[in-house]
Design a protein around this ligand. Structure first.
Ligand code: ASP
Length: 335
């Protein structure tokens, strides 16, 4: 039997019918799980820890770093890891862990649910069973198991507030389709690991994020910002006729703040060569984030800035595929 460490961090899955979080004590949480889903005990030898227990909207960088270091410290003792996490920020945690644990060599499966485990009609039971099953398979991926898919963490986003199929990786086929059988993608676990050394002690998220809309007023990044992340229109277009936008980009250039451009569209990504506007943005020093999700882009920025990197290191980070994240169109063949 495989040994699995299950880290419960909160969210809807563990909530009681009253809406309260489940008991904090790991032993009692394991009892709660086994009472609701007794088959988990037949699938693996489970150990449970509760590093924190909260709504995932309250996630802070320290929580993610704590998870990464706990998994790393326990890597020899367990065959796989399941992380129960609230859905709201699960894609960000999965992106950070996808980079931080790229070389772990063991499965790290994040899951959660849209309805609590304690409810009769709930997606929690099947999500948990599938997550433990995947964690037992020895596949070196950090991914989200939710509904009928297992998807790579660094490509994931939450696209539905209420559907049981809450997560997708719009620019990468799923790692597995979960039905009567679990059908694994033939290239699951196979990607080049090129995360730069020395990352992971800090996640600096002093990032000025902007999601433009027509008519938006632009202003320079605040003094404490260390980078800008702009979620631009379509292939990476911005209203470059706007003087205030040009002023904000010029200000960033003067301060040597990295400006990364990703797309508001979940499907496809940025190609700054596609339009005149994109070429103008690039000529002002902006860096294309290609097909990075906002979560993967934030994770990369946070890790590079946290390690003391500046504009050159950020530019390099968005040029190199660190851990199988989609970067350009036709992504699967390149990861
Ligand atoms: N607000 C919850 C959370 O992210 C939502 C969920 O778990 O589905 O913790």
């Amino acid at each position: 039997m495989r040994t699995i460490l299950l880290l419960h961090t909160g969210g809807t899955l563990g909530m009681m019918p009253s809406g309260e979080p489940a008991s904090l004590a790991p032993g009692r949480f394991l009892d709660h799980l086994l009472e609701q889903v007794p088959e988990l005990g037949q699938m693996a030898r489970l150990s449970v820890e509760v590093p924190f227990n909260q709504d995932s909207s309250c996630l802070e960088p320290g929580h993610i770093l704590l998870l990464a270091s706990r998994v790393r410290a326990a890597a020899q003792a367990f065959d796989g890891f399941v992380i129960i996490h609230g859905t709201d920020t699960m894609a960000f945690t999965a992106s950070c862990l996808g980079f931080l644990l790229a070389d772990l060599g063991k499965p790290v499966v994040l899951t959660g649910s849209q309805r609590p485990l304690a409810f009769v009609r709930s997606d929690a039971r099947s999500n948990l069973v599938n997550a433990v099953d995947l964690a037992c398979r020895g596949i070196p991926e950090v991914g989200i198991c939710f509904g009928t898919h297992w998807i790579r963490g660094v490509a994931a986003d939450k696209l539905s507030v209420h559907q049981f199929e809450a997560f997708q990786s719009p620019n990468l086929p799923p790692l597995a389709e979960i039905g009567a059988e679990i059908l694994l993608h033939p290239e699951v676990g196979q990607f080049v690991r090129q995360v730069p050394p020395g990352l992971g002690d800090r996640l600096d998220l002093a990032i000025h994020t902007q999601t433009p809309h027509p008519g938006m007023a632009w202003s320079p990044a605040p003094a404490q910002a260390r980078a800008m992340l702009i979620q631009a229109f379509g292939a990476g277009n911005l209203p470059m006729d706007r003087e205030d936008l040009r002023g904000a980009l010029e200000d960033a250039r003067r301060r040597r703040l990295p400006v990364v451009v990703i797309s508001q569209c979940p499907y496809g990504g940025v190609d700054l060569s596609a339009y005149e506007l994109g070429r103008r943005i690039e000529s002002m020093g902006a860096i294309s984030g290609g097909l990075h999700t906002r979560w993967a882009a934030l994770a990369k920025l946070g890790l590079v800035l946290g390690a003391g990197g500046g504009i050159d290191e950020v530019r390099e980070a968005f040029r190199v595929r660190w851990a199988g994240e989609p970067m350009q169109e036709g992504a699967w063949s390149q990861v």
